[in-house]
Design a binder for this molecule. Structure first.
Ligand code: GCU
Length: 683
């Protein structure tokens, strides 16, 4: 059988014998009351997890003559959580946070996993199992963990015909044909995996989906999924096509101010809530890339969002309105459009509307400066949209561990309320006091047995969930947890693989889009290099629009002398990036058109720096190949071979990127490739 299906929940026996013995002594019996579907899941997870990890049959009576009772319960004044005096700690943990504490109750040592709700106990259970999976000391626990964000979501770009837009791991896992009657066990495994990392919402359908999903037969299918996910704390959301009243409602218009349109949505939403009482709400892509929207009727994004928000408010649902908009009416700089459209609407959205903003202003590039909307709409809760699937990062054949990309954005300082107003603090609601807050990732999940195609891309799904729960976690910590659980706790394995994972995205940046280059991928598929393309009918789709290479230099001037996209950032940020000497070199060509001869900090000129990056990028892939080879003793043969093959493909692609980009840009720079970079590594 193919490995990888179990994701990070492999529950293989603890290899370290002294540690195993100590765990066995500390867990003699488990006590879980199974009064709800969620608590039954807790119990099953503890049994299967501990049976696997400890290699022994787990006593579930909760009664033992020995010390060492593991007790998982929703807070109960009369239960062990009450007797252990955990009430005051639970005053800080809200609905989803949990406590794991070692306490003596009735003269016996207990490990107590508790929270204010059943779901909180489930989160605590996965956390506890992770402690053992990653071989932590559990002898004296006092853990309090609460999510930093309220909505922690996956966005599936899955279509009705089971294709997945920008999906590289097979087809959609939703089988609309056999739903609602047939519940594929995979749906439950999906929910379990998400619950294990704290994800609590899923948008089932593509942002570009048509309105079929809103018809009664499909709502029954959605209900079946919602029922399967509910015990795992996951709410279901759908995308709403703005023109649905025309397409499935037979109205003549979808104008948000038209009473008939409003009535249609009121009725549709009531119908949905009759079928799915805890439906989460809608995600809407409107007036973007050809999708219909309120501007078709000369209304604003706020008019559109508020119409839906009013209809869904009585049911406590929310509207997540996407800020990913651009059109050819703004040919100067696509970078500026979302800000121009949305900032004037700040304060105009109903309280149950969130605006979902991609991490950068262009489109999920290997590196982007943070989106200028973060910090610029203080009256509106902004939801982060990251991309977990690697549309512009080599897709299914490339290792790009994305935690460093996510962290780079989250830690960027918007200065919106002075120093320290990081993007993370904008989206977690702390800068502007928004109770509604969250983070979403465009999923990389598909029907492949291992879920994500590239076995190492599972780490990106994992990283999204972990960072949505706690954005202060470091990339290294996330990589370490994931590697320990998915592969091995061996120290030699970890000391190679943690840095290998954490540097992998920077390597991709080097050989695809170094020093601020962006959007030079192949037309529409976005796979591989095509910086030369200039003939597409919309200017902002052409790579030449973004790199602007000419005989004098390269890069997009977004300073006040150019498009002035920099004018959309806070003065502190603008100042830093506006000056070619203080702008971080990693963003240089994003903000400046730089002469070929411009001297970089390295002493190389821009052309040489490009050559250096493209060459060292490819070289680093080769180093990853070599390091991976040494991991053979620690990895099962199947995943070892899969990853070996994928690194081989990635190396070919790095050479392709390097040669294509340098040969093309050389036609402008007219300078030679420094001879020390010309290694014959195409052998
Ligand atoms: C990108 C992507 C599209 C997607 C769009 C979006 O442009 O290539 O496939 O639909 O983003 O986020 O709406």
């Amino acid at each position: 059988a193919e490995t990888g299906y179990e994701l990070w929940m492999r529950y293989v026996p603890v290899q370290n014998q002294p540690l195993l013995n100590s765990y066995r002594l500390q867990i003699n019996s488990i006590a879980v009351n199974t009064g709800s579907p969620t608590l039954r899941i807790v119990k099953n997870e503890l049994i299967s997890g501990l049976t696997g990890l400890l290699g022994k049959k787990i006593d579930t009576t909760g009664k033992t003559a020995l010390n060492g009772i593991l007790s998982a319960e929703t807070y109960n004044p009369a239960g062990v959580s009450g007797k252990a005096g955990l009430k005051s700690l639970l005053e800080q943990t809200g609905e989803e946070g949990f406590v794991i504490a070692t306490k003596t109750v009735n003269n016996k040592k207990h490990i107590i996993i508790t929270g204010n709700t059943d779901i909180a106990v489930l989160y605590g259970t996965f956390h506890f199992l992770r402690l053992i999976q990653t071989q932590q000391n559990i002898s004296s626990l006092q853990i309090i963990s609460t999510p930093k964000m309220k909505l922690r979501m996956l966005n599936h770009w899955d279509n009705l015909n089971r294709t997945v837009e920008r999906g590289y791991s097979g087809s959609s896992i939703w089988n609309w044909h056999t739903l609602p009657g047939y519940i594929d066990p995979r749906y439950v495994d999906y929910a379990r995996a998400n619950a294990s990392i704290g994800i609590n919402g899923t948008v089932l359908t593509n942002v570009n989906a048509n309105a079929t999903f809103l018809t009664p037969p499909y709502l029954q299918k959605v209900k079946a999924l919602a029922d399967a996910f509910r015990p795992y704390g996951i709410k279901v959301y759908l995308t709403a096509r703005f023109s649905a009243p025309i397409e499935i409602g037979k109205l003549k218009t979808a104008d948000p101010l038209d009473p008939q349109v409003q009535q249609w949505w009121n009725d549709k939403i009531s119908e949905i809530y009759q079928v799915i009482p805890d439906f989460g709400g809608f995600v809407v892509k409107a007036n973007s890339e050809g999708q219909p929207g309120p501007q078709d009727y000369k209304r604003t994004h706020a008019d559109g969002a508020n119409m839906l928000a009013s209809a869904i408010a009585p049911h406590k649902g929310i509207i997540i309105w996407r800020a990913f908009v651009y059109s050819n009416e703004n040919p100067v700089d696509r970078h500026k459009q979302a800000y121009d459209d949305f900032v004037p609407l700040d304060g105009k959205f109903n309280s149950n509307v969130m605006v979902q903003v991609k991490n950068g202003a262009i489109d999920f590039m290997p590196r982007e400066p943070f989106h200028p909307l973060f910090g610029a709409m203080p009256k509106t809760p902004l939801m982060m949209e990251f991309q977990v699937t690697q549309e512009y990062l080599g897709q299914g054949t490339t290792l790009a561990f994305l935690a460093p990309l996510f962290k780079e954005t989250l830690e960027s300082d918007t200065y919106s309320k002075g120093k320290g107003s990081t993007v993370a603090k904008v989206i977690d609601g702390s800068v502007d006091q928004h109770a509604l807050n969250g983070m979403a990732g465009v999923s990389n999940i598909g029907s492949d047995i291992n879920w994500t195609g590239h076995p190492l891309s599972q780490a990106n799904w994992y990283a999204l969930g972990r960072l949505a729960w706690d954005h202060s976690l470091s990339s290294e910590k996330i990589a370490e947890e994931w590697l320990r659980m998915s592969f091995s706790n061996n120290a030699a394995f970890l000391s190679t693989m943690i840095p290998l994972m954490c540097n992998s995205r920077e390597t991709v940046v080097r050989y695809m889009n170094p020093i601020g280059l962006h959007h030079i991928m192949g037309t529409s598929h976005h796979y591989g290099p095509a910086p030369w393309v200039s003939n597409l009918n919309r200017p902002e789709w052409n790579p030449v629009y973004y790199h602007k290479a000419d005989s004098l230099g390269i890069g997009f001037d977004r300073t006040s002398k150019g498009s002035n996209a920099l004018g959309q950032y806070a003065p502190e940020v603008r100042k830093l990036w506006e000056d070619i000497n203080t702008c971080e070199e990693k963003n240089l060509l994003w903000f400046h058109h730089v002469p070929w001869t411009f001297k970089m900090k390295s002493g190389r000129n821009v052309w040489e720096e490009l050559c250096y990056n493209y060459y060292t990028g490819a070289e680093k892939v080769k180093q990853m190949q070599a390091s991976w080879k040494k991991m053979q003793p620690f990895v099962d043969p199947q995943r070892f071979d899969q990853i070996t093959m994928l690194f081989n493909v990635q190396y070919e692609e790095a050479i392709w990127w390097r040669n294509a980009c340098l040969l093309y840009f050389q036609t402008f720079s007219k300078m030679p490739i420094p001879s020390n970079y010309e290694k014959p590594d195409r052998s």
